[in-house]
Design a protein around this ligand. Structure first.
Ligand SMILES: Cc1cc2nc3c(=O)[nH]c(=O)nc-3n(C[C@H](O)[C@H](O)[C@H](O)COP(=O)(O)OP(=O)(O)OC[C@H]3O[C@@H](n4cnc5c(N)ncnc54)[C@H](O)[C@@H]3O)c2cc1C
Length: 372
Protein backbone atom coordinates (compact mmCIF):
# COMPACT_ATOMS: atom_id res chain seq x y z
CA UNK A 1 0.00 0.00 0.00
CA UNK A 2 1.47 3.43 -0.92
CA UNK A 3 2.44 5.84 1.88
CA UNK A 4 0.21 8.76 2.71
CA UNK A 5 1.65 12.11 1.60
CA UNK A 6 3.22 14.24 4.37
CA UNK A 7 0.74 17.03 3.78
CA UNK A 8 -2.44 17.91 1.90
CA UNK A 9 -4.41 21.11 1.38
CA UNK A 10 -7.66 19.39 2.38
CA UNK A 11 -8.30 16.07 4.14
CA UNK A 12 -11.78 14.54 3.89
CA UNK A 13 -12.75 11.91 6.48
CA UNK A 14 -15.20 9.38 5.00
CA UNK A 15 -15.77 8.08 1.46
CA UNK A 16 -19.57 7.94 1.52
CA UNK A 17 -21.73 10.29 -0.53
CA UNK A 18 -20.94 13.36 1.61
CA UNK A 19 -17.14 12.99 1.37
CA UNK A 20 -17.00 11.83 -2.27
CA UNK A 21 -19.29 14.57 -3.58
CA UNK A 22 -17.41 17.25 -1.62
CA UNK A 23 -14.12 16.04 -3.14
CA UNK A 24 -15.67 16.14 -6.62
CA UNK A 25 -16.90 19.71 -6.19
CA UNK A 26 -13.66 20.94 -4.61
CA UNK A 27 -11.70 19.74 -7.63
CA UNK A 28 -14.17 21.62 -9.88
CA UNK A 29 -13.49 24.74 -7.83
CA UNK A 30 -9.74 24.48 -8.37
CA UNK A 31 -8.54 22.58 -5.27
CA UNK A 32 -6.66 19.43 -6.26
CA UNK A 33 -4.41 18.57 -3.32
CA UNK A 34 -7.11 16.53 -1.53
CA UNK A 35 -6.90 13.30 0.47
CA UNK A 36 -9.93 11.18 1.28
CA UNK A 37 -9.30 8.87 4.24
CA UNK A 38 -11.74 5.99 4.65
CA UNK A 39 -11.64 3.45 7.45
CA UNK A 40 -13.31 0.63 5.50
CA UNK A 41 -11.59 -1.33 2.74
CA UNK A 42 -13.93 0.10 0.05
CA UNK A 43 -15.74 3.43 -0.38
CA UNK A 44 -19.49 3.49 0.38
CA UNK A 45 -19.33 0.50 2.74
CA UNK A 46 -21.74 2.04 5.29
CA UNK A 47 -25.04 3.90 4.75
CA UNK A 48 -24.03 5.09 1.27
CA UNK A 49 -23.85 1.57 -0.13
CA UNK A 50 -26.60 -0.09 1.89
CA UNK A 51 -29.65 2.14 1.50
CA UNK A 52 -32.87 1.93 -0.54
CA UNK A 53 -31.51 4.10 -3.42
CA UNK A 54 -34.75 6.02 -3.95
CA UNK A 55 -34.56 9.49 -5.51
CA UNK A 56 -37.32 11.33 -3.63
CA UNK A 57 -37.88 15.00 -4.43
CA UNK A 58 -41.05 15.77 -2.44
CA UNK A 59 -40.19 15.68 1.25
CA UNK A 60 -41.33 18.91 2.90
CA UNK A 61 -41.25 22.69 2.97
CA UNK A 62 -38.32 23.10 5.39
CA UNK A 63 -34.81 23.85 4.04
CA UNK A 64 -33.93 20.13 3.96
CA UNK A 65 -37.11 19.44 1.94
CA UNK A 66 -36.01 22.14 -0.51
CA UNK A 67 -32.54 20.56 -0.62
CA UNK A 68 -34.10 17.21 -1.61
CA UNK A 69 -36.08 18.89 -4.35
CA UNK A 70 -33.13 20.80 -5.76
CA UNK A 71 -30.76 17.89 -5.13
CA UNK A 72 -32.92 15.56 -7.24
CA UNK A 73 -32.94 18.13 -10.06
CA UNK A 74 -29.17 18.44 -9.79
CA UNK A 75 -28.63 14.70 -10.23
CA UNK A 76 -31.07 14.38 -13.12
CA UNK A 77 -29.74 17.55 -14.77
CA UNK A 78 -26.23 16.13 -15.26
CA UNK A 79 -25.38 14.89 -18.76
CA UNK A 80 -23.97 11.77 -17.04
CA UNK A 81 -27.25 11.06 -15.20
CA UNK A 82 -28.07 8.10 -17.44
CA UNK A 83 -25.25 6.23 -15.64
CA UNK A 84 -26.43 7.30 -12.19
CA UNK A 85 -30.13 6.54 -12.45
CA UNK A 86 -31.13 2.89 -12.48
CA UNK A 87 -34.80 3.52 -13.26
CA UNK A 88 -36.87 6.57 -14.16
CA UNK A 89 -39.92 4.91 -12.66
CA UNK A 90 -41.68 7.67 -10.67
CA UNK A 91 -43.16 7.27 -7.22
CA UNK A 92 -46.50 7.15 -5.42
CA UNK A 93 -46.70 8.94 -2.05
CA UNK A 94 -49.79 7.66 -0.23
CA UNK A 95 -51.44 10.38 1.85
CA UNK A 96 -54.32 10.97 4.21
CA UNK A 97 -56.49 14.03 3.50
CA UNK A 98 -54.62 16.02 6.18
CA UNK A 99 -51.22 15.23 4.72
CA UNK A 100 -52.52 16.03 1.26
CA UNK A 101 -53.25 19.60 2.37
CA UNK A 102 -49.63 19.98 3.54
CA UNK A 103 -48.29 18.71 0.23
CA UNK A 104 -50.56 20.82 -1.99
CA UNK A 105 -48.23 23.82 -1.76
CA UNK A 106 -45.26 21.75 -2.92
CA UNK A 107 -47.34 20.35 -5.76
CA UNK A 108 -48.04 23.91 -6.96
CA UNK A 109 -44.33 24.73 -6.79
CA UNK A 110 -43.56 21.67 -8.89
CA UNK A 111 -46.07 22.78 -11.52
CA UNK A 112 -44.40 26.19 -11.66
CA UNK A 113 -41.07 24.38 -12.23
CA UNK A 114 -42.58 22.44 -15.13
CA UNK A 115 -42.13 19.21 -13.20
CA UNK A 116 -45.75 18.39 -12.52
CA UNK A 117 -47.05 15.81 -10.05
CA UNK A 118 -50.62 14.58 -9.96
CA UNK A 119 -53.02 13.43 -7.27
CA UNK A 120 -54.43 9.97 -8.00
CA UNK A 121 -57.43 8.21 -6.50
CA UNK A 122 -56.84 4.80 -4.89
CA UNK A 123 -58.36 3.23 -8.00
CA UNK A 124 -55.96 5.06 -10.35
CA UNK A 125 -53.03 4.23 -8.07
CA UNK A 126 -53.84 0.52 -8.12
CA UNK A 127 -53.85 0.74 -11.88
CA UNK A 128 -50.20 1.85 -11.70
CA UNK A 129 -49.14 -0.63 -9.01
CA UNK A 130 -51.38 -3.63 -8.54
CA UNK A 131 -49.95 -4.59 -5.13
CA UNK A 132 -51.96 -1.63 -3.75
CA UNK A 133 -55.22 -3.51 -4.38
CA UNK A 134 -57.24 -3.71 -1.16
CA UNK A 135 -55.16 -1.03 0.62
CA UNK A 136 -57.08 1.87 2.21
CA UNK A 137 -55.72 5.36 1.63
CA UNK A 138 -57.27 8.69 0.62
CA UNK A 139 -55.07 9.62 -2.31
CA UNK A 140 -51.61 9.19 -3.80
CA UNK A 141 -49.29 11.81 -5.19
CA UNK A 142 -47.75 10.53 -8.39
CA UNK A 143 -44.28 12.06 -8.85
CA UNK A 144 -43.12 11.05 -12.34
CA UNK A 145 -39.57 12.44 -11.96
CA UNK A 146 -38.70 10.34 -8.91
CA UNK A 147 -36.77 7.14 -9.50
CA UNK A 148 -34.20 4.64 -8.35
CA UNK A 149 -30.52 5.56 -8.34
CA UNK A 150 -27.54 3.40 -9.17
CA UNK A 151 -25.63 3.75 -5.87
CA UNK A 152 -22.30 2.50 -7.20
CA UNK A 153 -22.70 4.47 -10.43
CA UNK A 154 -23.32 7.74 -8.58
CA UNK A 155 -20.66 7.24 -5.88
CA UNK A 156 -18.00 6.30 -8.44
CA UNK A 157 -19.01 9.23 -10.66
CA UNK A 158 -18.00 11.56 -7.78
CA UNK A 159 -14.85 9.59 -6.94
CA UNK A 160 -13.70 9.19 -10.55
CA UNK A 161 -14.26 12.89 -11.19
CA UNK A 162 -12.28 13.85 -8.07
CA UNK A 163 -9.44 11.37 -8.60
CA UNK A 164 -8.98 12.32 -12.26
CA UNK A 165 -8.28 15.86 -10.99
CA UNK A 166 -5.65 14.96 -8.42
CA UNK A 167 -7.64 13.84 -5.33
CA UNK A 168 -6.24 10.69 -3.67
CA UNK A 169 -8.34 8.09 -1.84
CA UNK A 170 -6.84 5.89 0.90
CA UNK A 171 -9.08 3.09 2.14
CA UNK A 172 -8.42 0.98 5.29
CA UNK A 173 -7.12 4.22 6.85
CA UNK A 174 -9.01 5.27 9.99
CA UNK A 175 -8.40 8.74 11.37
CA UNK A 176 -7.38 8.36 15.03
CA UNK A 177 -6.67 11.93 16.13
CA UNK A 178 -6.92 15.47 14.77
CA UNK A 179 -4.40 17.84 16.36
CA UNK A 180 -4.70 21.59 16.35
CA UNK A 181 -2.48 24.53 17.28
CA UNK A 182 -3.18 28.25 17.78
CA UNK A 183 -4.12 28.66 14.11
CA UNK A 184 -6.56 25.72 14.05
CA UNK A 185 -6.38 22.24 12.51
CA UNK A 186 -2.78 21.15 12.12
CA UNK A 187 -2.24 17.36 11.82
CA UNK A 188 -4.21 14.16 11.21
CA UNK A 189 -3.00 10.92 12.79
CA UNK A 190 -3.71 7.53 11.25
CA UNK A 191 -2.20 4.12 12.14
CA UNK A 192 -0.03 4.49 9.03
CA UNK A 193 1.33 8.05 8.89
CA UNK A 194 0.62 11.56 10.05
CA UNK A 195 -0.55 14.14 7.53
CA UNK A 196 -0.21 17.89 7.94
CA UNK A 197 -3.22 19.90 6.83
CA UNK A 198 -5.01 23.15 7.59
CA UNK A 199 -8.45 21.96 6.47
CA UNK A 200 -10.33 18.81 7.46
CA UNK A 201 -13.88 17.84 6.49
CA UNK A 202 -15.87 15.63 8.78
CA UNK A 203 -17.95 13.49 6.39
CA UNK A 204 -17.99 10.48 8.69
CA UNK A 205 -21.77 9.81 8.63
CA UNK A 206 -22.89 8.01 11.80
CA UNK A 207 -19.35 8.49 13.19
CA UNK A 208 -19.34 12.29 12.73
CA UNK A 209 -19.79 12.91 16.46
CA UNK A 210 -17.00 10.47 17.26
CA UNK A 211 -14.66 12.10 14.70
CA UNK A 212 -15.35 15.54 16.21
CA UNK A 213 -14.39 14.13 19.62
CA UNK A 214 -10.95 13.23 18.20
CA UNK A 215 -10.35 16.98 17.86
CA UNK A 216 -11.05 20.27 19.65
CA UNK A 217 -14.17 20.84 17.51
CA UNK A 218 -17.53 21.78 19.00
CA UNK A 219 -19.22 18.66 20.46
CA UNK A 220 -22.33 18.43 18.24
CA UNK A 221 -25.21 16.25 19.30
CA UNK A 222 -25.37 13.79 16.39
CA UNK A 223 -27.54 10.71 16.73
CA UNK A 224 -27.52 7.63 14.49
CA UNK A 225 -30.77 5.63 14.16
CA UNK A 226 -31.01 2.07 12.92
CA UNK A 227 -33.33 1.23 10.04
CA UNK A 228 -33.97 -2.24 8.58
CA UNK A 229 -34.37 -3.09 4.92
CA UNK A 230 -35.72 -6.34 3.48
CA UNK A 231 -35.66 -7.93 0.10
CA UNK A 232 -38.95 -9.72 -0.51
CA UNK A 233 -39.88 -12.24 -3.20
CA UNK A 234 -41.51 -13.01 -5.55
CA UNK A 235 -41.19 -9.76 -7.47
CA UNK A 236 -43.69 -8.16 -9.83
CA UNK A 237 -43.51 -9.19 -13.45
CA UNK A 238 -42.04 -6.45 -15.67
CA UNK A 239 -40.90 -4.31 -12.75
CA UNK A 240 -38.81 -1.87 -14.81
CA UNK A 241 -41.34 0.94 -15.00
CA UNK A 242 -43.33 0.31 -11.84
CA UNK A 243 -43.21 3.23 -9.39
CA UNK A 244 -41.98 2.82 -5.84
CA UNK A 245 -44.55 3.51 -3.12
CA UNK A 246 -44.17 5.25 0.28
CA UNK A 247 -47.12 5.38 2.66
CA UNK A 248 -46.35 8.61 4.51
CA UNK A 249 -49.05 8.28 7.18
CA UNK A 250 -48.48 4.64 8.11
CA UNK A 251 -44.74 4.77 7.46
CA UNK A 252 -43.67 1.97 5.19
CA UNK A 253 -42.24 1.77 1.70
CA UNK A 254 -41.89 -0.80 -1.00
CA UNK A 255 -39.90 -0.50 -4.18
CA UNK A 256 -39.57 -2.89 -7.10
CA UNK A 257 -36.19 -4.58 -7.39
CA UNK A 258 -35.31 -7.05 -10.15
CA UNK A 259 -37.15 -10.27 -9.23
CA UNK A 260 -38.34 -8.88 -5.89
CA UNK A 261 -39.10 -5.85 -3.75
CA UNK A 262 -37.08 -3.77 -1.27
CA UNK A 263 -39.23 -2.86 1.76
CA UNK A 264 -38.98 -1.03 5.07
CA UNK A 265 -41.35 -0.37 7.94
CA UNK A 266 -39.49 2.92 8.55
CA UNK A 267 -38.19 2.00 11.99
CA UNK A 268 -36.02 4.46 13.84
CA UNK A 269 -34.16 3.14 16.92
CA UNK A 270 -31.35 5.20 18.44
CA UNK A 271 -28.11 3.25 17.94
CA UNK A 272 -24.42 3.56 18.75
CA UNK A 273 -22.16 4.46 15.82
CA UNK A 274 -21.27 0.89 14.83
CA UNK A 275 -22.54 -1.41 12.09
CA UNK A 276 -25.99 -2.50 13.31
CA UNK A 277 -27.24 -6.07 13.50
CA UNK A 278 -30.66 -7.15 12.29
CA UNK A 279 -33.02 -7.29 15.29
CA UNK A 280 -34.65 -10.73 15.73
CA UNK A 281 -38.15 -9.19 15.81
CA UNK A 282 -37.66 -6.94 12.74
CA UNK A 283 -39.14 -9.33 10.13
CA UNK A 284 -42.19 -9.79 12.36
CA UNK A 285 -42.71 -6.00 12.52
CA UNK A 286 -42.42 -5.72 8.76
CA UNK A 287 -44.92 -8.53 8.16
CA UNK A 288 -47.30 -6.94 10.65
CA UNK A 289 -47.12 -3.52 9.00
CA UNK A 290 -47.39 -4.75 5.43
CA UNK A 291 -50.18 -7.26 5.92
CA UNK A 292 -52.22 -4.72 7.88
CA UNK A 293 -52.06 -2.12 5.12
CA UNK A 294 -51.27 -4.06 1.94
CA UNK A 295 -53.29 -7.28 1.86
CA UNK A 296 -51.50 -8.60 -1.25
CA UNK A 297 -48.15 -8.44 0.57
CA UNK A 298 -49.22 -11.65 2.37
CA UNK A 299 -47.91 -13.51 -0.67
CA UNK A 300 -44.35 -12.20 -0.16
CA UNK A 301 -41.57 -13.72 1.91
CA UNK A 302 -38.27 -12.36 3.21
CA UNK A 303 -35.32 -13.32 1.08
CA UNK A 304 -32.66 -11.13 2.79
CA UNK A 305 -32.55 -8.47 5.51
CA UNK A 306 -30.00 -5.92 6.65
CA UNK A 307 -29.81 -2.75 8.72
CA UNK A 308 -27.85 0.47 8.55
CA UNK A 309 -27.77 3.89 10.17
CA UNK A 310 -29.48 7.18 9.33
CA UNK A 311 -27.89 10.07 11.16
CA UNK A 312 -29.62 13.20 12.42
CA UNK A 313 -28.94 16.45 14.25
CA UNK A 314 -31.56 17.52 16.85
CA UNK A 315 -33.41 19.76 14.33
CA UNK A 316 -33.07 17.16 11.56
CA UNK A 317 -31.34 19.64 9.24
CA UNK A 318 -27.82 18.77 8.06
CA UNK A 319 -24.61 20.32 9.30
CA UNK A 320 -22.69 22.01 6.50
CA UNK A 321 -19.78 24.37 6.88
CA UNK A 322 -17.17 25.56 9.37
CA UNK A 323 -17.11 24.40 12.95
CA UNK A 324 -18.05 27.20 15.37
CA UNK A 325 -15.03 26.53 17.56
CA UNK A 326 -12.10 24.98 15.66
CA UNK A 327 -10.74 26.90 12.63
CA UNK A 328 -10.11 24.63 9.64
CA UNK A 329 -12.62 21.98 10.76
CA UNK A 330 -15.68 21.64 8.46
CA UNK A 331 -18.84 19.54 8.72
CA UNK A 332 -20.76 17.67 6.02
CA UNK A 333 -22.96 15.41 8.12
CA UNK A 334 -26.45 14.69 9.43
CA UNK A 335 -27.90 13.77 6.03
CA UNK A 336 -30.69 11.72 7.60
CA UNK A 337 -32.71 9.56 5.21
CA UNK A 338 -32.06 11.49 1.99
CA UNK A 339 -28.29 11.65 1.65
CA UNK A 340 -28.22 10.06 -1.80
CA UNK A 341 -30.89 12.32 -3.31
CA UNK A 342 -29.16 15.40 -1.89
CA UNK A 343 -25.56 14.25 -2.46
CA UNK A 344 -24.70 16.40 -5.47
CA UNK A 345 -25.91 19.58 -3.80
CA UNK A 346 -24.55 18.72 -0.33
CA UNK A 347 -21.07 18.29 -1.82
CA UNK A 348 -21.35 21.57 -3.68
CA UNK A 349 -22.55 23.50 -0.61
CA UNK A 350 -19.80 21.99 1.56
CA UNK A 351 -17.14 22.80 -1.02
CA UNK A 352 -18.37 26.40 -1.26
CA UNK A 353 -18.02 26.89 2.50
CA UNK A 354 -14.44 25.58 2.29
CA UNK A 355 -13.79 28.19 -0.41
CA UNK A 356 -14.94 30.78 2.13
CA UNK A 357 -18.39 31.43 0.62
CA UNK A 358 -21.30 31.69 3.05
CA UNK A 359 -24.39 29.52 2.44
CA UNK A 360 -27.33 31.31 0.82
CA UNK A 361 -30.83 31.36 2.25
CA UNK A 362 -32.52 29.04 3.19
CA UNK A 363 -29.48 26.73 3.27
CA UNK A 364 -27.75 29.09 5.72
CA UNK A 365 -29.83 27.24 8.33
CA UNK A 366 -27.46 24.28 7.92
CA UNK A 367 -24.57 26.30 9.36
CA UNK A 368 -23.09 24.47 12.40
CA UNK A 369 -22.90 27.72 14.41
CA UNK A 370 -26.69 27.44 14.97
CA UNK A 371 -25.86 25.03 17.83
CA UNK A 372 -23.30 27.23 19.52
C1 LIG B 1 -32.11 1.96 5.64
C2 LIG B 1 -31.73 3.25 4.96
C3 LIG B 1 -32.35 3.57 3.75
C4 LIG B 1 -32.03 4.76 3.11
N1 LIG B 1 -32.63 5.03 1.91
C5 LIG B 1 -32.31 6.17 1.24
C6 LIG B 1 -32.93 6.44 -0.01
O1 LIG B 1 -33.72 5.65 -0.52
N2 LIG B 1 -32.60 7.61 -0.64
C7 LIG B 1 -31.71 8.52 -0.09
O2 LIG B 1 -31.49 9.58 -0.69
N3 LIG B 1 -31.09 8.26 1.08
C8 LIG B 1 -31.38 7.11 1.77
N4 LIG B 1 -30.78 6.84 2.97
C9 LIG B 1 -29.84 7.83 3.54
C10 LIG B 1 -28.44 7.74 2.97
O3 LIG B 1 -28.03 6.39 2.91
C11 LIG B 1 -27.49 8.54 3.88
O4 LIG B 1 -28.01 9.83 4.14
C12 LIG B 1 -26.12 8.72 3.22
O5 LIG B 1 -25.63 7.50 2.72
C13 LIG B 1 -25.13 9.29 4.25
O6 LIG B 1 -23.88 9.45 3.61
P1 LIG B 1 -22.59 9.86 4.43
O7 LIG B 1 -21.49 10.00 3.45
O8 LIG B 1 -22.94 11.02 5.32
O9 LIG B 1 -22.34 8.64 5.46
P2 LIG B 1 -21.66 7.15 5.21
O10 LIG B 1 -22.12 6.54 3.95
O11 LIG B 1 -21.89 6.38 6.46
O12 LIG B 1 -20.14 7.50 5.06
C14 LIG B 1 -19.33 7.86 6.15
C15 LIG B 1 -18.00 7.13 5.99
O13 LIG B 1 -17.09 7.61 7.00
C16 LIG B 1 -16.24 6.53 7.34
N5 LIG B 1 -15.61 6.82 8.63
C17 LIG B 1 -16.21 6.94 9.85
N6 LIG B 1 -15.30 7.21 10.80
C18 LIG B 1 -14.09 7.26 10.19
C19 LIG B 1 -12.76 7.51 10.66
N7 LIG B 1 -12.49 7.76 11.95
N8 LIG B 1 -11.74 7.49 9.75
C20 LIG B 1 -11.98 7.27 8.43
N9 LIG B 1 -13.25 7.02 7.94
C21 LIG B 1 -14.28 7.03 8.80
C22 LIG B 1 -17.19 5.35 7.41
O14 LIG B 1 -16.50 4.14 7.29
C23 LIG B 1 -18.12 5.63 6.21
O15 LIG B 1 -17.72 4.96 5.04
C24 LIG B 1 -31.08 5.66 3.66
C25 LIG B 1 -30.43 5.32 4.84
C26 LIG B 1 -30.74 4.12 5.50
C27 LIG B 1 -30.03 3.77 6.75
Amino acid sequence: MPDLPESAEVVIIGAGFAGSSTAYHLTRMGIHDILILERESIPGAQASGRNAAMLRRIVGLDPFGLLCNKGADRILGQPESTHQVERNCGSLLLCSTNLRRQFDQIVKQQEAKDSPCRWLTPYESTDQLSILEGSHFDSALHVPRDGILDLQGLLHFFLRGARSSGCRLFTSTPVLKIRSNRKGVHKIHTPRQTVETRKVINAAGAWAGQVASLSDAFPMNIQPFRRHLFRLTPGPSQSDHLPWVWDLGRSFYLRPDTGGWIASFCDEDPHLPCPPRVAPQAAFHLANTLTQHLPLARELSVDRSWACLRTFTPDRQPLIGPDPKLPGFYWSAGLGGHGVTTSHLIGELTARTIMGQPLEKPFDQFTPSRYR
